[in-house]
Design a protein around this ligand. Structure first.
Ligand code: NAD
Length: 285
């Protein structure tokens, strides 16, 4: 399908991966509608790409507002005619550095609003028309390796990325047999404003850092193929293996774990007085 990528919509296009995706698609000759909540940045980036000869235009929208997403879809079909590639990419990192019980729920909800709900609104606004047209199209969700590998003190981001992969997997099932493909992009750390200055342990972000252009290249490679997961960083295999092994160990060797033994022993023990307070030895529901 790559040869037929004539039109594209990219969300979160004023910066980082979205900007690189817009540039990559435009360099292949596509007309690209770039959208972002940050109007000033968007205007600047659109002007820069247009000055280099790209066929791009901008549309400012806060994608957490379903009405704004609806206007985006109407504008996209009006300007571009149809949409061959839709990059559902906008995202925020949200609160990191504190355990989930110390983060105000509204801050966690705000991350879900952009990284999950806005992606859902975008898919819902574009898919009915794409399906009605019956032409090949490709929807690419930007999730993250945080949908698989979870470190401490970043629950909001991890929750939102798990939800985005679940949404993409559901779309994949729902779209089976239609000409609309879906992929989910799962980068490790990428050098963009989202993570610059963010200090996180390698266990949470991996050990490799790649450029947004490299990510855009990987997406370009996957367009028009049946590739569902798009992984980008060199340490992906090792990081995923560790996670999946952890799951598999529980399935493959369902022996009594040391924790379960401890639990049984705890319950068999006589109750302690309330003044003792909960300790790992006497705590029970
Ligand atoms: P970025 O901050 O450079 O770009 C994100 C863009 O999304 C910004 O221009 C921002 O204004 C826009 N945006 C935020 N909220 C929006 C909203 N409500 N409506 C419309 N636009 C909005 O970050 P990035 O690194 O390019 O991130 C792009 C995507 O890649 C995100 O979904 C992010 O979670 C994901 N990702 C990034 C990394 C990384 O290490 N940088 C790794 C894995 C996944």
């Amino acid at each position: 399908m790559r040869a037929q990528v004539r039109t594209a919509v990219v969300t979160g296009a004023a910066s980082g991966i979205g900007l690189a995706l817009s540039d990559r698609l435009a360099r292949e000759g596509a007309s690209v509608l770039m959208t972002d909540v940050d109007g000033a940045s968007l205007e600047g980036r659109v002007a820069e790409l247009a000055a280099s000869g790209a066929d791009v235009s901008g549309f400012v929208a806060d994608l957490t507002d379903p009405a704004a997403v609806q206007r985006l879809a109407e504008t996209a079909f009006a300007r571009l005619g149809t949409v061959d590639v839709l990059c559902n990419n906008a995202g925020v990192v949200g609160p990191v550095g504190r355990p989930v019980w110390e983060v105000p729920p509204e801050r966690l909800r705000a991350v879900m609003e952009v990284n999950h709900w806005a992606h859902l609104y975008v898919a819902r606004a574009f898919l009915p028309r794409l399906l009605a047209e019956g032409r090949p199209a490709h929807l690419v969700h930007t999730a993250s390796m945080s949908a698989f590998v979870v470190g401490a003190a970043s629950a909001g981001y991890a929750m939102s990325k798990h939800a985005d992969v679940a949404l993409a997997r559901s779309l994949r099932a729902d779209l089976a047999g239609t000409p609309v493909r879906v992929s989910v992009l799962c980068p490790g750390r990428v050098d963009t404003p989202l993570v610059r200055g963010l200090v996180a342990p390698a266990s949470a972000t991996g050990e490799t850092v790649i450029s947004a252009d490299e990510v855009a290249e990987a997406v370009w490679d996957a367009l028009g193929t049946e590739r569902f997961y798009i992984f980008t960083n060199a340490d992906t295999r090792r990081r995923l293996r560790r996670e999946l092994d952890d799951v598999w160990r529980q399935v493959a060797a369902p022996t009594t774990s040391p924790e379960e033994k401890l639990w049984r022993a705890t319950r068999a023990r006589p109750a302690t007085t309330p003044t003792d307070g909960p300790t790992p030895e006497n705590w029970s529901p």
